[in-house]
Design a protein around this ligand. Structure first.
Ligand code: HEM
Length: 123
């Protein structure tokens, strides 16, 4: 009988110790999660930073709040690259929305852009 009481006593205090340890770990884990959340956040760029990529060899555009590195896409665009060149390094929503003659790009074209997204635009 004494053995059973002793075993119950040990089991009780072990569970208290386990609960206390887990509680102590709680806030630390929460901090780690918050930190990794920050690491996942999209990089933010200003228009000045976008403007540093204003050539056909290195062409970024800011479009509807997103920042895109379109360098690799330029040779695949259905027009010669000179059509897009004036928009490299710029806020290019107008270019995307009008194609330079007043007609918006297709939903397919808008969808293709996601592959080239490098971050978000900040003021
Ligand atoms: C922002 C500057 C841009 C300008 C001025 C521009 C202009 C044009 C022009 C003149 C055409 C051919 C005429 C036509 O189809 O109506 C065209 C077609 C097209 N462009 Fe662009 N483009 C730009 C950016 C982009 C980007 C960033 C993408 C995708 C990553 C893209 C994807 C396409 C596609 C897929 C087409 C075929 C037609 C369509 O799906 O709308 N363009 N673009």
């Amino acid at each position: 009988m004494k053995k059973v009481v002793f075993a119950a006593f040990v089991a009780f205090w072990s569970s208290i110790a386990t609960i206390t340890t887990l509680q102590a770990m709680g806030p630390e884990q929460a901090t780690t999660e918050a930190d990794s959340g920050k690491a996942d956040a999209a990089p933010a760029y200003t228009l000045e930073q976008v403007a540093e990529h204003a050539t056909l060899d290195d062409c970024w555009m800011a479009i509807e709040g997103g920042v895109y590195d379109l360098t690799a896409y330029l040779p695949n665009h259905p027009t010669p690259p000179f059509v897009l060149e004036p928009w490299c390094g710029k806020e290019a929503t107008e270019g995307m929305r009008t194609k330079g003659y007043g007609r918006d790009h297709s939903p397919t074209a808008w969808g293709m852009m996601e592959e080239y997204r490098v971050g978000v635009l900040v003021e």
